[in-house]
Design a protein around this ligand. Structure first.
Ligand SMILES: [Zn+2]
Length: 591
C-alpha cells in the first residue's frame, strides 16, 4: 500500500471513530433512601445550582418514576435498581420474611453463616449515659401498651439470634456488576457503600470487589467474610481514625437559618413526631445519643441525622481515590446509598422541618460529590443515575389534620384476633391452637402442618383467613396465593402490584394491603411513620440521569427505577444483566 493511500484510509477512518459515542469511565448509582419523588419538584427553588438542579437541567429528569410492586421497602428497592427486575424475579420480597424450612424470620441481606470483617471485639465497653439525661428520663412516662404487645407477640419473645452479617446470597438475579464483570473480563470494579448493609450489598451483589456499611454496635466500617477476609487498607485507615466519631456532640441545627422553614414544612413541633436516639422532637437535635463518649446510641443518632450522609461521602471519596474508580483502562461501577434521609423521615415524617433540612443538605452534598467527580474522574467521564428505594407516608396526625382517614393499626392485635377467628371456625371452644405460624410485613404464613394433620386444604384455610382480614377496619384488600397466581384484571392496579411483589418460594399464604395512609404501628403510643404500600406516596421516587450523551430535559413518561440496569449497560455499550425486564427509556441518549 502506498503511503498516500494509507494516509487517505486513515483520514476516511478517522470520522467513523470520532462518531463513536463517548463512553463514561465510571457509572454511579446514587440512592437517597426514602427521598420521595415530589421533593425534587416542590423544594427545587430552595436548592443551589450545582447539586440536584445541575442534574435536573443538564441531565434527564424523570418526574414520573414509580416502583411497580406493592411492598415498597428498602431491600426490594435496592435489589431492583441494578438487576432490572422486581421482587417476583429477584426474590427480595422484603427486608425480612419468614423462611418455612428453618422456621425463622430471615433478613434479605444478612446471614449468620458469615462473620464480620473486621471481627466484632468480644468485650465492648458499655454505653454510659450522661447524668442529666438519666435524670430527665427518670421523669418521663413509659408506654404500657408497648410492653403488653411484646408479651402477646410470640416472635418478640424468641431469644436474640446470633449476629448476622451482610451477604447477597438471597438475591436470585444477577446485577449490573455481573454484566460489567463479564464484559471486562473481571477487570471493571464494583463497589457498594452505604450506612446500612442491605443498601451496600444488594445493588452490587455477589461479584462486588467491596461492599461496606457502618456497624452501629461499635461505629466501624465493616464488610463480611462473604466478600473478603480483611478490609481494604483504605477502610482500615478510616476506622483507625475513628471517622464515625467525628460528629459526636455536634448538634443538628437548621442548615439555612434565615429560611422560613414554617412556610415550606409547617411548624417544628408536631404531634406524632418521634424523638430519635435521644434527639428530641424539635431543633436543635443533640447528636450524642445522650452518652458520655461515642457508643451505640450515638451511632444511631449519627444515622438519624444528616451527618450520617456526610460520613458516607467521606467513605465514598476515599474509595474513588484509593481504587482509582473511573481512572483506569476499563469502566467501573460505584453504588452509593445515603441512608440518613430514611431514618430522619421515619422519625419526624415527610412534612417535617427535619426532612426539608436533610433534603437541602443532600442537595449541597450532591454538589460537593459532583465537584469531586469532575476533579478526579473528569467532567463528562462519568454517568450518574440518582433515585430512591421508596417514598414515605405522611404521619397519621398530619394526615388527620388534612381531613384524611389515617391511623396506626397494630398488626399484633390483628393477628391475635385472626387466630381466634380461625379457631372459632376450625376448633372446639377453648382451643389454644395457633393457625398462623408467622406474619411478617404484608405476608401471613399459615401453620401447614396443623392444617394437613386436620385433613384440611391450605388454600381453603387461606380463603377463610383472607375473608376475615379483608373485613378488618383499615384493611383495603387481602389476597391469597390463588388470587395472585391467576391473570389479574388489567384495571386492578393494587392486584398487579401485589403480584409483582409475590415470589412463590418466599411469600406467605395471604397478603394484606392496608388502606391509604394506614400502616402497622402502635395506635396509642406510636410515633413517626413508615412506607411499604402500593400507593403513590410510597411508589413515587426521583430518577435523574446525568452524564455524557444524555439528552437533557424533563421527561413525563412513566418509568421504573429498575430501568437503571439497562441505562448503565447502554451507556457502556455492554449487555444488561440477564433478568433485566425494562429497556432504556426512548430517546434518553443522543445517538
Ligand atoms: Zn429505604
Amino acid at each position: 500500500m502506498s503511503r498516500r493511500l494509507a494516509l487517505l484510509l486513515t483520514l476516511v477512518a478517522a470520522p467513523t471513530f470520532a462518531a463513536e459515542p463517548e463512553r463514561p469511565r465510571l457509572v454511579v448509582l446514587v440512592v437517597f433512601d426514602q427521598m420521595r419523588g415530589d421533593y425534587l419538584e416542590k423544594w427545587k427553588p430552595l436548592f443551589g445550582s450545582e447539586g440536584f438542579v445541575r442534574m435536573q437541567t443538564e441531565g434527564a429528569w424523570f418526574t414520573n418514576c414509580h416502583y411497580q410492586y406493592a411492598y415498597t421497602v428498602t431491600g426490594p428497592g435496592h435489589a431492583s435498581m441494578l438487576t432490572g427486575c422486581g421482587p417476583d424475579v429477584h426474590g427480595i420480597i422484603g427486608n425480612t420474611w419468614y423462611d418455612r424450612a428453618s422456621g425463622a424470620v430471615v433478613n434479605c441481606s444478612e446471614s449468620d453463616r458469615y462473620g464480620r470483617v473486621p471481627p466484632l471485639p468480644k468485650d465492648l465497653p458499655k454505653d454510659e449515659v450522661k447524668e442529666e439525661v438519666k435524670a430527665k428520663e427518670a421523669t418521663e412516662k413509659k408506654d404500657p401498651d408497648a410492653e403488653e404487645e411484646k408479651k402477646d407477640d410470640p416472635e418478640k419473645k424468641a431469644p436474640a439470634p446470633k449476629k448476622a452479617n451482610g451477604t447477597p446470597d438471597r438475591l436470585l438475579a444477577p446485577t449490573f456488576a455481573d454484566a460489567l464483570k463479564s464484559a471486562t473480563g473481571g477487570k471493571g470494579k464494583a463497589i457498594g457503600l452505604s450506612f446500612k448493609d442491605r443498601s451496600a450489598v444488594l445493588p452490587v451483589g455477589p461479584k462486588a470487589d467491596g461492599a461496606y456499611w457502618l456497624d452501629s454496635t461499635d461505629g466501624l466500617i465493616v464488610t463480611s467474610t462473604y466478600f473478603r477476609d480483611t478490609a481494604h487498607p483504605w477502610v482500615a485507615e478510616l476506622n483507625k481514625s475513628r471517622i464515625a466519631d467525628r460528629w459526636f456532640e455536634k448538634d443538628w441545627s437548621r442548615f439555612v437559618p434565615d429560611l422560613d422553614y414554617v412556610r415550606y414544612s409547617g411548624p417544628d413541633d408536631v404531634a406524632g413526631e418521634g424523638r430519635g436516639s435521644r434527639q428530641g422532637r424539635t431543633f436543635p437535635h443533640r447528636t450524642d445519643g445522650g452518652l458520655k463518649r461515642p457508643g451505640k446510641a450515638y451511632y444511631e443518632a449519627l444515622y438519624n441525622s444528616p451527618y450520617g450522609n456526610d460520613f458516607l461521602l467521606e467513605l465514598v471519596k476515599t474509595a474513588i481515590v484509593a481504587e482509582k474508580l473511573g481512572q483506569h483502562d476499563v469502566p467501573d461501577l460505584l453504588a452509593v446509598s445515603f441512608s440518613s434521609n430514611d431514618i430522619v423521615g421515619h422519625t419526624w415524617g415527610p412534612d417535617s422541618q427535619e426532612v426539608l433540612d436533610v433534603t437541602l443538605r443532600s442537595d449541597r452534598l450532591m454538589a460537593d460529590f459532583l465537584r469531586f467527580l469532575d476533579e478526579t474522574v473528569g467532567k463528562g467521564k462519568y454517568l450518574i443515575c440518582l433515585t430512591a428505594d421508596h417514598g414515605i407516608c405522611p404521619i397519621p396526625e398530619v394526615s388527620a389534620k388534612r381531613g384524611l382517614e389515617a391511623k396506626r393499626l397494630s398488626a399484633t392485635q390483628v393477628r391475635v384476633a385472626a387466630d381466634e377467628y380461625l379457631r372459632s371456625v376450625y376448633d372446639e371452644p377453648g382451643s389454644k391452637t395457633r393457625w398462623i405460624e408467622n406474619a411478617t410485613g404484608p405476608w401471613w404464613y399459615l401453620n401447614h402442618k396443623l392444617i394437613e394433620s386436620r385433613g384440611l386444604k391450605v388454600a381453603d384455610v387461606a380463603d377463610t383467613l383472607a375473608g376475615f382480614l379483608g373485613k378488618v377496619d383499615g384493611v383495603q384488600r387481602a389476597f391469597t396465593r390463588a388470587d395472585l397466581e391467576v391473570e389479574m384484571d388489567p384495571y386492578d392496579d393494587i392486584g398487579h402490584r401485589v403480584k409483582k411483589s409475590y415470589h412463590p418460594d418466599r411469600c406467605g399464604d395471604v397478603a394484606v394491603v392496608l388502606k391509604p395512609y394506614w400502616f402497622d404501628g402502635n395506635p396509642k403510643f406510636g410515633t413517626g411513620t413508615t412506607h411499604g404500600s402500593p400507593y403513590a406516596y410510597d411508589t413515587h421516587v426521583p430518577l435523574l440521569v446525568f452524564g455524557p450523551n444524555v439528552k437533557p430535559g424533563v421527561r413525563k413518561d412513566e418509568v421504573v427505577p429498575a430501568t437503571i440496569a439497562s441505562i448503565f449497560a447502554k451507556a457502556l455499550g455492554i449487555a444488561p444483566p440477564a433478568k433485566a425486564e425494562y429497556s432504556v427509556p426512548e430517546g434518553l441518549f443522543r445517538d
